[in-house]
Design a protein around this ligand. Structure first.
Ligand code: NAD
Length: 260
C-alpha cells in the first residue's frame, strides 16, 4: 500500500500505459481518476477498480480543451478532497515525413502531447499549491524525448519539450512540495503502437516484421518490448519516492534502446 490515501488523476487512462498505471496505483491504495476523451472506456476501467475493492472515477476529458481540463480536475478534487498525483499521459501518434506532414496534424500532435501537459499541470497545481499540500506530476515522455526517428517530427518535438516543462516545474514547484518527472518508455505493445506497424511498413517500404525487429526493437539490448507493467512500476516508484532528491528528471525504460 505505497500510495494509501493519495488521490491520483491519470489522463489517457482508458487504454494502454495509463490504464495499467491506474490499476497499479489502485492496488497500492490510491484513489484514481481515469480521465480520457473516451468516457465509456474510462468508466469501464474505473468500474473494474471499484469491483476489485478500490476507489475510482471515470472523467470525460479532452486534454486539449482548457475548459474541459479545468472542469475535470475540479470534479476530481471536489469528489475526493484534493489532488496528489497527476500523470499526464494521453497521447496519439501520427507518422509522416516532414515535407508531407499537414500543419493541421502537426498542431493536433502538439496540442495533445504538449498543450495537454501544460493545461492539466496548471489545473492540478491549483490544488497541489493550496496550503503547500504538494504533489507529484509525471509526464509520459518517450525514448523520443531523447532520440529521434524518421516520420515522427511533432511527436519527437513534443516529447523533447516535456523535459523542459518538467525541469521548470521542478524549480517552481519545490517551494510548494511539488515534484516532477518524465518517464521515457521504449516501444510498448499498446493500440498506439499496433496502429503504427502497418503505417511505418508502408512509409518505409519494408515488411511489418521488419518494422518490429529493426525499427522498434533493433536498438534494444535484447530485442524485447517494454511492457505496460514496466512503465507502471516506474510510475509507482516515482510517486512513492519520499523526497525531492528525485525531481525534474527523466527515467528511460527501454531495454537499453536509449541510455542517458
Ligand atoms: P493508447 O492508445 O493505448 O492510449 C492512449 C489513450 O489516450 C487512449 O485511451 C485515448 O482515448 C486517450 N486520448 C487520446 N487523445 C486524447 C485527448 N485529446 N484527451 C484525452 N485522452 C486522449 O496509447 P499508449 O501507448 O498507452 O500511450 C500513452 C502515452 O505513452 C502516450 O503519451 C504515448 O506517447 C506514450 N508512449 C507510448 C509508447 C508505446 O510504445 N506505446 C512509448 C513511449 C511513450
Amino acid at each position: 500500500m505505497q500510495l494509501k490515501g493519495k488521490i491520483a488523476i491519470i489522463t489517457g487512462a482508458a487504454s494502454g500505459i495509463g490504464r495499467e498505471i491506474a490499476l497499479t496505483y489502485a492496488q497500492e491504495g490510491a484513489t484514481v481518476a481515469i480521465a480520457d476523451i473516451n468516457l465509456a472506456a474510462a468508466q469501464k476501467t474505473a468500474d473494474e477498480i471499484i469491483a476489485a475493492g478500490g476507489k475510482a472515477l471515470g472523467v470525460a476529458m479532452d486534454v486539449t480543451d482548457e475548459a474541459a481540463v479545468n472542469a475535470g480536475i475540479d470534479q476530481v478534487a471536489a469528489a475526493f478532497g484534493g489532488i496528489d498525483i497527476l500523470i499526464s499521459n494521453a497521447g496519439i501518434q501520427i507518422v509522416n515525413p516532414i515535407d508531407q506532414f499537414s500543419y493541421a496534424d502537426w498542431k493536433k500532435m502538439l496540442a495533445i502531447h504538449l498543450d495537454g501537459a501544460f493545461l492539466t499541470t496548471k489545473a492540478a497545481l491549483k490544488y497541489m499549491y493550496k496550503d503547500n499540500r504538494g504533489g507529484t506530476v509525471i509526464y509520459m515522455g518517450s525514448v523520443h524525448s531523447h532520440e529521434a526517428s524518421p516520420l515522427k517530427a511533432p511527436y519527437v518535438s513534443a516529447k523533447h519539450a516535456l523535459l523542459g516543462l518538467a525541469k521548470v516545474l521542478a524549480k517552481e514547484g519545490a517551494a510548494h512540495n511539488v515534484r516532477s518527472h518524465v518517464i521515457c518508455p521504449g516501444f510498448v505493445r499498446t493500440p498506439l503502437v499496433d496502429k503504427q506497424i502497418p503505417e511505418q511498413a508502408k512509409e518505409l517500404g519494408i515488411s511489418e516484421e521488419e518494422v518490429v525487429k529493426r525499427v522498434m526493437l533493433g536498438g534494444t539490448v535484447d530485442g524485447i518490448f517494454t511492457t505496460v507493467e514496466d512503465v507502471a512500476q516506474t510510475a509507482l516508484f516515482l510517486a512513492a519516492f519520499p523526497s525531492a532528491a528525485l525531481t525534474g528528471q527523466s527515467f528511460i525504460v527501454s531495454h537499453g534502446w536509449s541510455m542517458q
